[in-house]
Write a protein of this length. Sequence first.
Length: 163
Amino acid sequence: MHFIKSMKRGGGAKCASYKKNKSPKCIDQSGCKWVVKRGCKSVIKQKKKVEPPKKKAATIPKKSQKQQVFPKIKLDKYSLGKHGYKNTETLTENQRHNAINSAIGEYGAKPVLGKIGLLKTLHKYKKPELSRKYYDNMVWLREKYDGPPHFKQPYEKSALFRK
């Protein structure tokens, strides 16, 4: 009866009943092999476990027409300075505004706003008073050059607008 059950299972249980040193020994049986710490096992090749395919690393999606690409704002040493926007701590408000208007003639309103924003962030902790002047200049620029063709949205919807 025991032999019939082992045959139904594919012969694996047949080898499991044998011992290492007591007869009938595992080594003496055909199709059986002694495995340390596991006992007598069948020599019949078992199916190898199939590992699932490895996932590929996350890829960056390609730029589609819907994704908005922001241009890099380049702030070199003389981009605003050649228009008179230098030593801004000593300049009056009208002098700063005239310099901004001159720079907008060359670069456009949006790039100049970005350049002033970079200056504001640069001086945020070391010279907070100067950073506040830059912020005021950004607000003035955004109010004066409101809407198209300079900006897509009105000033009231911009991040600079405060209620």
